[in-house]
Design a protein around this ligand. Structure first.
Ligand code: 4AD
Ligand code: MG
Length: 468
């Protein structure tokens, strides 16, 4: 076969070099045709679109063409021509074909017919080859790029916080332990507690639930930073919005108060949504047409108006009024309750019909580090609530006062031996500062219109599932 430099499908489809000989490589999506001519739809992952290869059946013969089935991989040389077929601008008249690998139709699981998302999760090693997951994972890349660009352009520094840690940032006790100890032969003291002196780090360690605490150290030195890394939560919630391993983006800014923090969160998330519409147009359109006819309208919708900003206490009043008027929620509503996703979505989708930033939550349902309000009951927290998703961002102004923070740590029985370094930044040059965490997969749920968080991460980790 003549060696010609490969052109990616995304570029071929834009080319007008008709009459020139080109090479494309990729995987067969479909092959159809007649006795004389065969049409191969070839995809190489660079775009949702396929390029059509036109094959003269007489030239290759049925036996050769029989192995070109869905999933087979090919290298094709051919002449670029304007296409007669509708919906495509170019096609390639094949002159040489090499089959790299066949995919026996009797066993290759991705045939033409639509598969359920549940089935595709079982073959997560192959699902990136489908149109849907190709679109989702191209968008995942693009959103990660947009996030780095957003912060870099605004002078934030990307700061790497540890994956293995001895502190529980959210204090929810949902940590996966990290150990090299022999679990069959654990050393214990008289009370039966495990002795960690001989463990790898000489103390009990876990996978991080958040990079925030170390992010605060960085923000009070570099001014404004963000983290973007994997986080882990051993919460046994089998919902379409929870993963045991997910990626989080956590900006932290010195001298920002809660209002600055809300402004940043709103600007940031609108930037991400606009990026998806402008830079992932083909994939968004595909997902809109195939799964969710309101996707594009919903994305454009959140860009149109400012987000509602509302204290938790006001939000509870609205929900109580809804209950009084006969609206049925599965979970009860009262001041002090940790809102369920159905409550968050009622505020966003039914009451305000746009995103809501809920602030000033009861301190009992929020983490120890949040700045305490004068009322003694609430803290300067902010959750950004989104249509279809519920909570997409959680953040706060941080408690900058050493004594107040120490008192709260003691009230909650957080072990001081893990917290001395965190308290030190309140001892030396303490400043007001704020930050938040965006769940990357929750953002992806929103911009792709997928309904299960397992379908926006390549290899989901959930209770009872760590395949691949
Ligand atoms: O609200 P969370 O728990 O806040 C924090 O971790 C803070 N330390 C953030 C900060 O202030 N720097 O989590 C932040 C976001 C949530 O709003 C949600 O989008 C996502 O992380 N999230 C999850 N996403 C997927 N699966 C889970 N189990 C998640 N838990 C939280
Ligand atoms: Mg939260």
């Amino acid at each position: 076969m003549e060696v010609i430099k490969r052109t990616k499908v995304v570029d071929i489809l834009k080319s007008e070099a008709f009459g020139s000989t080109v090479n494309v490589k990729g995987w067969v999506r479909t092959r159809r045709g007649s006795k004389q001519v065969s049409f191969i739809a070839l995809n190489d992952g660079s775009t949702i679109h396929n390029v059509q290869i036109v094959v003269d059946v007489d030239k290759w013969g049925d036996d050769f063409l029989k192995s070109i089935t869905t999933g087979a991989s090919l290298s094709v040389n051919g002449i670029l021509s304007p296409s007669q077929g509708k919906g495509q601008s170019v096609e390639i008249q094949a002159t040489e074909i090499e089959i790299y690998g066949t995919a026996d139709p009797a066993v290759y699981p991705l045939q033409k017919k639509g598969h359920s998302m549940e089935f595709l999760r079982e073959i997560a090693h192959l699902r990136p080859r489908t149109n849907t997951f190709g679109a989702v994972f191209r968008m995942r890349h693009n959103m990660a790029y947009a996030i780095h660009k957003f912060f870099h352009d605004r002078g934030f520094f990307y700061f790497h916080t540890p994956i293995i840690t001895a502190s529980d940032c959210e204090g929810a006790g949902q940590m996966f332990q990290v150990t090299t100890m022999n679990l069959y032969d654990l050393k214990k003291d008289e009370k039966g507690s495990i002795i960690y002196d001989d463990d790898f780090f000489g103390k009990q360690t876990s996978l991080t639930v958040s990079g925030q605490l170390e992010g605060e150290l960085a923000a009070t030195a570099l001014g404004q930073i963000y983290t973007f890394g994997p986080t882990f939560r051993a919460e046994n919630s089998n919902t379409p919005r929870h993963l045991a391993e997910f990626w989080m983006i956590e900006p932290e800014v010195a001298f920002n108060n809660i209002t600055d923090n809300m402004d940043l969160a709103e600007e940031f998330i609108k930037y991400c949504v606009r990026w998806a519409l402008e830079n992932c147009a083909d994939d968004v359109k595909f997902l809109n047409d195939m799964f969710d006819k309101e996707l594009i309208a919903r994305l454009e919708g959140v860009l149109k108006e400012p987000f509602v900003r509302l204290p938790y206490t006001e939000g509870i009043k609205i929900l109580e009024e809804a209950v009084a008027k006969g609206h049925k929620f599965e979970f009860p509503v009262y001041w002090g309750v940790d809102l369920a996703s159905e409550h968050e979505r009622y505020l966003v989708e039914e009451h305000f019909k746009r995103p809501v930033i809920l602030t000033d939550y009861p301190k009992e349902i929020k983490a120890f580090y949040m700045k305490q309000n004068e009322d003694g009951k609430t803290v300067r927290a902010m959750d950004v609530l989104f249509p279809k998703i519920g909570e997409i961002i959680g953040g706060s102004e941080r408690e900058a006062d050493y004594d107040k923070l120490l008192t709260r740590i003691k009230e909650l029985n957080i072990p001081m031996k893990d917290m001395w370094w965190y308290l030190d930044i309140r001892r030396f040059g303490s400043v007001p500062h704020s930050g938040f965490g965006l769940g990357f997969e929750r953002l992806l749920l929103f911009v792709t219109g997928m309904t299960n968080i397992r379908d926006v991460i390549p290899f989901p980790r959930t209770p009872n599932n760590a395949e691949f």
